[in-house]
Design a protein. Structure first.
Length: 345
């Protein structure tokens, strides 16, 4: 039975559905981060135990730092194996869409989700979800999709399947989306973390794997960015770090090598807006971070065909690094002048 779209669905029917073994696809957004991967692999591990035929589809590859997550060796990478990914969507009875709110976030596979006869379940914490799902669990107040997955498993009566590998996948999502409990937190995320620790999850090992596992090249690239590619616009409490195509070649930058660099700008006293710009092969990508009430989701939505959260968003533009920098430098004063900026000293 398919519930009416956009109505508050009856979770009982999903509880029944999830107990009947079927073909399940779990898909998450392109350039998957720790929350996308942790929430997806946690759910996949539990559904495997219920004897579903589970396929995880990632639109493109993941950063190697997440190699340890349970079941990651079995994921289908759509960019590399498009036929296998399309076949998975065609066979699916149930599709879970995790950690994204619009079908363009999964590139061409958005069409496969749309065309599929499967029941679709969205579990996500981004603003303004598209109404494509039959069941939608969309909570912007959640720290992470991983937090929502834990509560979803509880709600479905599947908590007994949360073992240590599942707990570690969920905790990875929480840690990565809260910057180790520095932002986006709420009481629930601490309660869940306590439950996971009680189960025996090794949080210390996860901290080391996720945050003390940089390669020498990554650390040097960070140093290069801070020394040579950082421009602060102090009067607007904003800063930019950028890398061009030449930098990509010179440093042979790969997936995950630039993760987290944007955050360093906000470590500077009084900085409220951080922009990290990378000129890639066919597109220039932007990552925005902010403190407090500065809304970067609006900036990404209005100017860069993107979105995300109030304090962490991303987008892209078909323009050179020079033109993108010029545009960002125009947008920063426009945006920041709209806020009552307060210097802390
Ligand atoms: P990041 O800057 O780490 O790539 O992404 C920060 C946040 O913005 C994440 O929640 C991510 O889902 C979202 N985001 C990043 N890039 C895009 C994009 O191109 N489009 C949309 N809609 N969201 C994005
Ligand atoms: Mn997330």
């Amino acid at each position: 039975m398919r519930p009416a779209k956009n109505k508050q669905p009856n979770m009982d029917s999903l509880r029944q559905l999830i107990r009947q073994p079927s073909h399940v696809v779990i898909v998450t957004h392109k350039n998957p981060d720790g929350d996308a991967l942790g929430s997806t692999l946690a759910l996949a591990a539990v559904l495997n135990k219920l004897l579903h035929n589970v396929k995880v589809v990632l639109p493109n590859d993941f950063p190697p730092v997440f190699n340890f997550l349970p079941g990651i060796e079995k994921v289908i990478i759509g960019e590399m194996n498009p036929e296998e990914a399309v076949a998975a969507f065609e066979q699916a009875d149930l599709i879970f869409c995790l950690d994204f709110n619009s079908l363009d976030r999964i590139d061409r596979f958005g069409l496969d989700v749309m065309a599929s006869r499967a029941i679709k379940v969205l579990i996500d914490h981004h603003i303004d979800p598209e109404p494509f799902a039959d069941f939608s669990i969309s909570k912007t107040e959640a720290s992470s999709t991983a937090e929502l997955i834990y509560d979803f498993l509880l709600d479905m009566g599947l908590d007994k399947y949360v073992d240590i590998p599942v707990a570690e996948a969920i905790y990875t999502g929480i840690l990565m989306d809260t910057g180790s409990f520095r932002y986006g937190t709420n009481p629930r995320v601490f309660e869940i973390s306590a439950e996971l620790k009680r189960l025996g999850m090794d949080d210390y090992m996860l901290q080391i794997r996720l945050f003390n596992s940089m390669t020498e090249k990554q650390l040097k690239l960070l140093g290069y960015c801070l020394a040579n590619r950082m421009e602060l616009m102090s009067e607007h409490q904003a800063g930019i770090i950028w890398l061009d195509k030449e930098d990509y070649k010179k440093w042979s930058i790969g997936r995950g090598d630039t993760e987290g660099i944007v955050n360093y700008i906000l470590m500077v006293r009084n900085m409220k807006l951080a922009v990290f710009i990378t000129e890639q092969q066919n597109v220039t990508k932007l990552s925005f971070r902010s403190k407090g009430n500065i809304n970067v989701q609006e900036i990404c939505h209005n100017y860069f065909n993107g979105g995300g959260h109030r304090n962490a968003s991303g987008g892209q533009i078909k323009a050179s690094i020079e033109d993108t920098l010029a545009k960002v430098k125009e947008i920063i004063p426009l945006t920041m002048n709209a806020y009552q900026l307060q210097h802390e000293q």
